[in-house]
Design a protein. Sequence first.
Length: 591
Amino acid sequence: MRHLKFIFAAAVAAAALIGWRDGLAQPAEPAPRETAPTPTFGGPPDGPPGFDGPPPFGPEGFGPPPGFRPGGFGPGGPGGPGDINQVRKIVAQFDRDGDGRLNRQERQAAREWLKTQGGSRRFGGPGGPRGRFGPDGETAEPPQPGRKLTPAEVPAYPDAPVYDPFTLRTFFLEFESPNWEQELADFNNTDVEVPATVIVEGRTYRDVGVHFRGATSFMFVPAGRKRPLNLSFDFVHPDQNLGGYRTFNLLNAHEDPSFLRAVLFLEIARDYLPAARANFVRVVINGECWGIYVNVQQFNKDFARDWFGTPKGARWKVPGSPQTRAGLEYLGEDEAPYRRLYQLKTKEAPEVWADLIRMCRTLNRTEPDALPAALEPLLAVDEVLRFLAVEVVLINNDGYWIRSSDYNLYQDKSGRFHVFPHDINETFAIAGGPGFGGPGARGGWRGGPAGAGGGPRGGGLELDPLVGLNDETKPLRSRLLAVPEYRARYLGYVRDIAEKWLDWARLGPLARRYHELIAEDVKADTRKLFSTEAFLRSLEGDGGGAEASGAEAWPPRFGPGREKISLREFAEKRRAYLLNHPEVKAAALPR
């Protein structure tokens, strides 16, 4: 399986013909609307950051057509979210005792029923792809049980915050069933949580809800390998939390042999705008070590509290999917198309949709010379410029610049909207492929040959920071950067990030420190997705080395869907390109 996104496209088409699945929306989380003012950047106030689907069909890509998702057609027809993570609600159907969750007997009945619902409900999971299921460098050996580990054998860090970057805690999960992995897979993309007891630093947390999360990071990972987890400490006990946080996203470093990309991206992002906290945890399940997971903060009330001083405020998730047109285009005054694209995660309120529509209308319909005065009361524009700069400098292949989706949206107390990164495991990467800048994109690739199959020069690291200037599906780029003042400010942020954060003299020691923190665990990890050799090369490997031979000679070692370029090579080459870009060189650094 040399290029999983081709396989994904075929699977999507096949599943659509079968049409097994209902498109149901994820339930909203109740919360009032009031928020607090935007904080000063440089870090959150003192206190205790998906779907990466394929690019489009056609000569410049592949993937499902618009408004279309695995197992059926997107809700609402063309322009629907196309999100393969639509949640199927079955708890109410099997909740015989009416407590709002499923006990063991109720879950068993639900699993038996699911087996009757149109065959396989997933592409990955037990019975899914086996053997080589990912990029070159991924381990081809069958998974083996990890070492046994008990709470008494790991150190405790009682004074370190939960997201302290250089603290490696251990989460012990105990499920009542030895077949926990099969059960989680059976309930993937439903509203069922499987309860577990979690022990962290000697403290026991009971009835923690657990489910598999992710899209391709779940689908293309077979049973027995590391798959991403979501832990809800308040699933049964509303006040239960770990260090002030109720929900934990434990990611499997899919597409990232270094394990570092998400943590580094978010650390850099937090220097410019609100972004999730992240670090590493060791996970032990039913006594067996499953190795290192990337612990990324949930975009929820806790995030709002950290950055805006209140858990309140309207929050939307913008699911990632190609050609969803969820880039804040103006779609008219009817709420319906917006509801198909933007998932409200807080209490339903008509006024928040009216505010979103007003902001989109202002962004898309106002003349450039009048845009600052009209838009700045509605959108945190300077923060958005920083967001756009971070994702392009660090080449987020799941970013707004390429997908016009896969981000988070928040409205604060004053009514202003904020845009935050969401899916960040495919960062510090060779850019996605020719044509990904969107229709009419300026440049896109510097010097890449035109037409289908053409690719960028310089290993795909010469992504023009002014990509997408004529792409109306991405108005945060095409409309904001049409304003000379905003364009100049944006280019200043691009230069600042490149000069400061892509300097290996600065980034290298930080990356090495993270690498050393997790290296022994990664080497011993029997469930990881990449080989130990790929992990060791990922930090400062030269990106070339000896040519592969035989079965390894094609496809190339580095590039989309293959082993990632080393972090050092990315930083040095991307920095050199950006700092020699004429408009970046001429830009004034931010004050």
